[in-house]
Design a binder for this molecule. Structure first.
Ligand code: GTP
Ligand code: MG
Length: 238
């Protein structure tokens, strides 16, 4: 529990055998439940997750469906339980657990329905994040301001988020884009349900062992498609 809120951390994981155990163990003790969603990994992600003393719930996709679909599976699990807030912390260990209270405070104080990390508001952004990522993420963040409708939100690609169960229940989760492009589409869906979104500074983490699934064909084209789709939907609804 954190400030009277019951918490469920959702950890999407795809071929994260090297990082998953540390990611699970790093979740702060005040979190009530941890759900690892294995997205049909071909390595030992599941086996290693189950060795954790934190006893996570393990959900498994029989075939790979993408990071967005993995998060949605975790959200559905959180909604079936008694959680007040569902948090996403990726299985690759790129989220600093020390930032979690700051992410939860706007929700605990009733100021936000969805609170997300903003690595650009952290002083280590230019030291930690590779230049190509800084440029790409900044461009996508500007585009997402227009397509989602949230003009005050930046760092659209940051996956470190917390959402209330009440806000989750307002969303059509089966309609949210399942792969990369998910966070951009999620913002567009939240805007349509009038959710209050708040950005808080979080530490960017790109250590020496950083590996990423982001490729032109898996990320750049799908995100472009999602942006166009959400912009078109918003224009039609105005
Ligand atoms: N690549 C990839 N990751 C997935 C998938 N399903 C779940 N994930 C998990 O989603 C999280 C984010 O994936 P990354 O590829 O690191 O993407 P990212 O962290 O947003 O981007 P980077 O800044 O490039 O690291 C990780 O915990 C993955 O294990 C999938 O189908 N593909
Ligand atoms: Mg990553």
């Amino acid at each position: 529990m954190y400030r009277q809120l019951r918490l469920c951390v959702v950890i999407p994981a795809f071929n994260e055998e090297d990082a998953i155990l540390a990611a699970i163990e790093s979740v702060p003790d005040f979190v009530d439940e941890i759900v690892v969603v294995d997205d049909a990994s071909a390595d030992e992600t599941c086996e290693r997750a189950l060795t954790s003393s934190r006893v996570p719930v393990l959900l498994r996709h029989p075939v790979n469906r993408g990071v967005g679909a993995a998060i949605v599976s975790g959200y559905r699990h959180a909604l079936r339980g008694e959680s007040d807030v569902a948090i996403v912390m990726a299985g690759d260990g790129q989220m600093d657990p020390a930032d979690l209270p700051a992410l939860l405070d706007p929700i605990a104080e009733g100021r936000a329905d969805y609170c997300k990390g903003n690595r650009f508001a952290h002083r280590e952004i230019l030291i930690q994040m590779p230049t190509i990522r800084v440029m790409g993420n900044a461009a996508l963040s500007v585009a997402t301001k227009v397509t989602s409708g949230y003009r005050h939100v930046f760092d659209s690609q940051c996956g470190y988020t917390a959402i209330t169960s009440a806000a989750l229940e307002q969303l059509q989760l089966d309609k949210v884009f399942p792969r990369y492009g998910y966070p951009n589409d999620m913002l567009a869906h939240l805007f349509r349900s009038n959710a209050r979104v708040v950005d808080v500074p979080v530490r960017p983490i790109y250590g020496p062992s950083w590996k990423s699934g982001v490729r032109w064909h898996t990320a750049v084209y799908p995100v472009g498609f999602v942006l166009l789709k959400s912009w078109w939907n918003r224009m039609r609804s105005e």
